[in-house]
Structure formats: C-alpha cells, structure tokens
Design a protein around this ligand. Sequence first.
Ligand SMILES: *[C@@H]1O[C@H](CO)[C@@H](O)[C@H](O)[C@H]1NC(C)=O
Ligand SMILES: *[C@@H]1O[C@H](CO)[C@@H](O)[C@H](O)[C@H]1NC(C)=O
Ligand SMILES: *[C@@H]1O[C@H](CO)[C@@H](O)[C@H](O)[C@H]1NC(C)=O
Ligand SMILES: *[C@@H]1O[C@H](CO)[C@@H](O)[C@H](O)[C@H]1NC(C)=O
Length: 474
Amino acid sequence: MPSAIATRRFQVYFKQVAVTGLVLYILVILLSSNSSHHSSELISPIQHKMAPPSPLLEKPPTDISHLVFGIAGSVATWSYRKSYIETWWQPNVTQGYVFLDKAPTGDLLPWPSYSPPFRVSEDTSKFEVYSQHAAPSIIKIVRMILETFREEDEGVRWYVMADDDTVFVVDNLVEVLAKYNHTKYLYIGGHSECIKSNVDHSFEMAFGGGGYALSYPLAAALVTNLDGCIKRYPDYRISDRILQSCISDFGVSLTAEKGFHQIDLHGDISGLLSAHPHSPLVSLHHLDVVDPIFPSMNRHESIKHLMEAAKIDHSRLLQQAICYHKQNNWSFSTAWGYSSHIYEQIIPPSLLKRPLETFRPWIENTRRPHFMFNPRLLLNDPCKAPHVFFFESLVETAGNQLVTSYIRASQRDFPACSSGGNHSADRISKIQVFSPKTKPSEIERSECCDVVHVDGKDMAEVTYRACMKDEIVG
Ligand SMILES: *[C@@H]1O[C@H](CO)[C@@H](O)[C@H](O)[C@H]1NC(C)=O
Ligand SMILES: *[C@@H]1O[C@H](CO)[C@@H](O)[C@H](O)[C@H]1NC(C)=O
Ligand SMILES: *[C@@H]1O[C@H](CO)[C@@H](O)[C@H](O)[C@H]1NC(C)=O
Ligand SMILES: *[C@@H]1O[C@H](CO)[C@@H](O)[C@H](O)[C@H]1NC(C)=O
C-alpha cells in the first residue's frame, strides 16, 4: 500500500534526522569541553577493548554496595525461577528489585524478605505510542533501567540488568566491574556463544540473559529520554537490542567481558564449563534449557552445588589448570569446583583449552561454524575422549589449603589408548585437587599444576600452583 510505504519512508527519514541530530549534539559536547580531555575520552573505550585495565585505585574501591540490580521477572514464572535468584541474592546486602508484569497474588504472598523486593512495571499499554510498537510486551523490560534508576538509590556506580533465570557469582561481578572507571560511559556484558544469534541481533549487544552493567553516567544519560529512543526503533522485537541501539546512539560501544554467559546452547554444557577462559566466572543463564550441569543432580541442586564452591573461592571457580602424569602418559585438565578430566595421552594445553563440544547450538540443524570459540569435537577415540569426573566436595585444611574432590561420572566405554602405551585410567574413581587460598585473578596467566600422586588403586592427586616464570602453562 503506497500510503504505508510513504509512512515508512517518513519514519526512516525521521530516524535519520534524529540520529544525525544526536551525533551533532555529541560532537558539540565533545568540542566544547577542553581539548586535553578529547584524546583520553575518545581513546579510552578502545583501550578497554584491547586490554582490560588493571584494578583502579579508586577510593573506596568498588564493592557490592555500589551495585543495584534490576531483574526482569513475571508473576507466571517467579515461583520456580526464584530459586535461581536465591542462590546468589544476599538479603540486605545485594540491592535491587525484581520487576513483575503485574502485582503478585496468592502463593507469592507474603513476599519473603530473602527474595529481592518486587516492583510492578509501569503499565505502558495506556501510552498510544506503545500500541504501535511491533512488540509492545517487551517495552516493560527495556524500561526496567528507567524504573530502577528512578528508585534513587544512593552511591550507585553500576546498574546491573538481568533476567529471573540469570545466576551471578556476585563477588566476581564486583571484581570485574572494579577494574573499570565507573565515572565513564560504560556498557559491559557478553556476546552470545552462537555466531548466528550475534548476527541476528548484534555483535555490539550485551545479551540480557547473561546480564550486563551500565555505569551510572551512562544509565543517567539513557533514561533522560528512553521513551524517545524506544520510539526510534518501533520494529525491534528484542528488548536487549533496543537498549543496545539506544546506547549505541550515545556513541558507546560494548565492552565484552568473558565471564558473562548467555548460554545460548542446548544439551550438556559441561564441555564449555570445563574450559572456561582465564577470566572470573560472572554469570550463567538458560539453566532451565540445558541439562543439569552436574549429571547426578537436578537443575536447582546443581547450581546450589556449584555455588558451594563459589562461596569458598569465587575467583578460582571454573579456572582451568592442566598438568601431566608422564609415567602413564596421562593429561589432567581441571576446572576448579566443577570438573576434572583425564586423557590417556599427552595433549598440549592449547588444545585442552578448547571446549569439548558436548552441547548443541541454540538454533539446531544450521550450518557450521556455530560458535564464537573453537570447540573440539567429541570423538569415539580412546586417545581423545576423556574420563570425566565432577566436583563432589570441598574441605579447607588448617594449612590454608582447599581440597576439592571430583568423582567419576560414569565408566568410559573404550579400551586403553594404544599410542599412549595402553595405560588405562579406568580404575581411577576419584581425583583430589589441592589449591592454595590465593586469588588467581591477581595472577596474569592460568595457573599450573602437578599430578603429585597416582596410587595403584583408585585415586589421583593434583596440586594447583602458580606457574614459574618461563614455564609452559600446563
Ligand atoms: C533485613 O533487614 C531488615 C531490617 O533491618 C530486617 O527486618 C530483615 O529481617 C532482614 N532480612 C534478612 C533476611 O536478614
Ligand atoms: C576516572 O575517570 C574520570 C573521568 O574521566 C577521571 O577524572 C578519573 O581520574 C578516573 N579515575 C581513575 C582512577 O582513573
Ligand atoms: C608415551 O607415549 C609416547 C608417544 O606415544 C610413547 O613413545 C611412550 O612410550 C609412552 N610412554 C609410556 C611410559 O608408555
Ligand atoms: C596396546 O595394546 C594393543 C592391543 O593389545 C597392542 O596392539 C599395542 O601394540 C599396544 N601398544 C603399546 C604401545 O604397547
């Protein structure tokens, strides 16, 4: 219909005018501030992308009291999603709100003090402009940053937006945010694991399920005319995409951090979690969609179990250390607090750091490559398939050491690896890992380890330690 096309053209024209106006406005602001500021403000986002800054000597350093969370929830899902939030929410310590689509009733009341306080999202259906939006129901989620900001909490440095099925390791989130200067315009989060999701939405978008953080100045700027921005993108159907577009219109790009995980995957994600990058684990999402992360437990027990390790040493959680038992030609790869693998041949660290492809992509039956990282295929080859052990228990010793135990998930159905010399690891049922109570985030490289003992019966022992100066990590 010609009239519809004319309207569409006008909208496109209007959008261009609006965006050009905004760009001009930003330029004017930049040019009018004094010149010594220009270079630093223009260069610093690029520096952040290339090499994350070392911890700021900001006084006082960023801690949990400087964060306010906005959690997108709904009355229909809260009763079972809340158990994910309760694994990380610390009543009277973490600050923030869960935003519900309508007022809770029945079983949800009285609202417990160990849950985040709730707010009911403002009803936007009465605004005519929203009824013209392609996906009016997502507007409430976009406006969550506005409604969180309006709570006027004091001393806020970072607003952290998440879903009701996002699980944070809060201490690691604080540690990651503390590296950045919260007085600058910053948008920090993670990509999707799947190339296709980033292509379909944006490589510049922080995926909301993995959670993302907005520095105070960015949030303040964004909320001054958020509704105006939502109007600029009437046909976007994804809330994170609208928000990213609004942020991009301010000239701010995504600072991607490797610890945020959207988990746009299906099936068994143990391969991914067993090869986490050397970066603190910040978040996990879609835990209702993937298999329980510990095969012997259900989903909720699994996440609680992982959090038990997190509580004792959050910095080391999932941090991978690789070492070898030369006598048997075995390679050990341990992801602290989660899993330990034995391979019956010597495999270099660079390969063991590639996640084993135990999972499937978000959109199945599509063409490779699927992922934003280099996976290793899971092969029916006794030299390439690991013996898999999962975290069972943790003990703190008097000597300031932690002992984590990993027990075999199931018997591996293969003969021994012949080229490694036929040294079967079938008899090993348990791996004990000793680690010092230090902060690996203070260590530039992955940690090293030693296989200190393999007994004739069923047990192996591994010790985490700092690598020596010129040592090959592994
Ligand atoms: C949080 O603090 C309030 C007020 O000090 C108190 O009434 C409440 O019991 C506390 N909640 C928890 C779970 O500690
Ligand atoms: C943080 O950024 C502000 C504004 O650019 C600057 O004045 C301040 O020195 C920075 N703080 C640190 C610790 O780098
Ligand atoms: C370890 O593997 C290498 C290469 O496959 C082999 O030459 C060597 O004999 C093996 N060592 C033992 C102790 O089996
Ligand atoms: C391992 O065992 C297989 C089958 O028994 C044998 O053919 C092979 O030579 C053995 N390899 C080594 C290195 O001993």
